[in-house]
Design a protein around this ligand. Structure first.
Ligand code: SUG
Length: 434
């Protein structure tokens, strides 16, 4: 059994439109100029680093943006260029939503329950509806198409469509799996947010993962009642800008790496983990050493926690965590302490970070048996040679910069389409297959 990380390639339309309420990086960089080419190259750099560590790596493709079909549903008529032009003239905010490259954050593509945890032994996916944020609610159709293509073999995989939109579901960003190893039945923790009378007044940030959505995903995946739990995210974490739980906690096999203030009931969560996962290591950052603001600013917990081929664990951290002395100092203590984390790997994904997406946001984890691995459509799996090929397309086709006013430029609309088309072509996808 191996875990494959499927990273979303940053699409050619990557820009800073300030679309995500509650995501502080998105709000504070709204209106800045973006660098799509650099952003995509940074993402490929991270994928190459994973390959170099001996870990299998997968890829999901950028969605078609700007999305004229979605604007058509909102009453803009005509050929694509006419639709986009009218939207820009009449409702530029809608065009900005239709332009977002947010499908890069594939931790939000789906929730994944690997075979050992499910009733039928298959790996189950439920596509996230992402219904809380307008720009992200556009993603699920194309995500469903990609997952059905990548994981088409029904002997190993079951891909469920998105839940009804009234139930906010943000996928694996609010999900953790804890067990002895990837291969063994594990405890699946679904983390939801809830607004209460005290913490949910007007003007506060939305809780994007609803409890009933998490419960529905657990049912769809056929999880045993003793093998999963719904736990509540703390309101102070949401209020501080942890719009997804993966901004304040991450798990891998028997390790839970978390901030002290991640959960509403910390003792209950820790108690459950200790009871269900004998020998679990809980590595916790105390708030008096790393306060929530620092954790969220540096995305310390949005690291990827991975098991290396030799059995040690490594944290794949964003550059921002390296640059904060308090965070880096605490990490040295983590390395020296008695837990499986032995290596720190720093990656530069700054362009994505500026929209609130760290290393862990950019990937969807899928743990599979060797046989199931062999059943994945190989066009979604990477090696160095394919990275070279993707990099060449990005170098040639991705825009270098996008300023906010450029979103109204027909040349940019055209360029984004051509760039994505060139990528699909280079990877062997027929037009219209995705
Ligand atoms: O949904 N940002 C994304 C970041 C997602 C991070 N994912 C995880 N934590 N797993 C979001 O808020 C900003 C787009 C903009 O403002 O242009 C955005 O969608």
């Amino acid at each position: 059994m191996r875990e494959i990380n499927f990273d979303g390639l940053v699409g050619p339309s990557h820009n800073y439109a300030g679309l995500s309420l509650g995501n502080i990086a998105s709000a504070s960089n709204a209106g800045a100029e973006s660098a799509p080419r650099t952003a995509a190259l940074q993402g490929i750099g991270k994928m190459r680093r994973m390959l170099a560590l001996g870990l299998p790596q997968g890829l999901f493709l950028p969605h078609d943006r700007p999305n004229a079909d979605w604007l058509r549903k909102l009453g803009f008529a005509g050929k694509d260029q006419a639709v986009l032009r009218s939207a820009w003239e009449q409702e530029p905010a809608l065009l900005r939503n239709a332009f977002s490259a947010s499908s890069m954050w594939t931790a939000n593509a789906a929730t994944v329950s690997p075979g050992p945890d499910t009733a039928d032994g298959r790996c189950h996916f439920t596509v996230a509806n992402l219904s809380t944020m307008l720009h992200r609610s556009i993603e699920h159709d194309q995500t469903f198409r990609q997952l059905r293509l990548a994981f088409a073999d029904k002997r190993h995989f079951a891909v469920h469509p998105a839940l009804p939109s009234g139930l906010g579901d943000e996928g694996a960003a609010n999900f953790m799996r804890l067990g002895q190893s990837h291969a063994q039945r594990s405890l699946e923790l679904f983390v939801y947010g809830e607004r209460t009378a005290q913490g949910g007044g007007a003007g506060t940030f939305p809780a994007r993962q609803h409890r009933a959505a998490s419960a529905a995903v657990a049912r769809l995946h056929g999880l045993g009642s003793g093998d999963h739990a719904l736990v509540r995210q703390s309101e102070i974490a949401i209020a501080a800008g942890a719009f997804h739980n993966d901004v304040v906690a991450v798990a891998n096999e028997n390790v839970l790496f978390t901030h002290e203030q991640a959960f509403a009931d910390r003792e209950a969560v820790f108690g459950l983990v200790r009871e269900r996962v004998p020998g679990a290591a809980i590595v916790e950052a105390p708030a008096d050493r790393i306060d929530l603001d620092l954790a969220i600013r540096t995305y310390l917990f949005n690291s990827q926690l991975v098991t290396l081929p030799g059995g040690d664990m490594a944290l794949i951290l964003p550059q921002e965590a390296r640059e904060a002395p308090a965070v880096w100092g605490w990490l040295q203590d983590v390395l020296a302490a008695d837990n499986p984390i032995r290596h720190l790997e720093v990656v530069d994904v700054r362009e994505s970070m500026r929209n609130g997406g760290g290393p862990a946001c950019l990937r969807l984890r899928v743990a599979v048996s060797d046989e199931a691995h062999g059943a994945i459509d190989p066009r979604f799996l990477l090696d160095e040679r394919i990275c070279d090929r993707i990099e060449a397309v990005v170098d040639r086709e991705w825009p270098e910069r996008i300023a906010p006013g450029d979103l109204g430029e027909p040349e940019l609309w055209q360029r984004c389409r051509i760039a994505r088309g060139a990528l699909l072509d280079a990877l062997g996808f027929a037009a219209g297959e995705l």
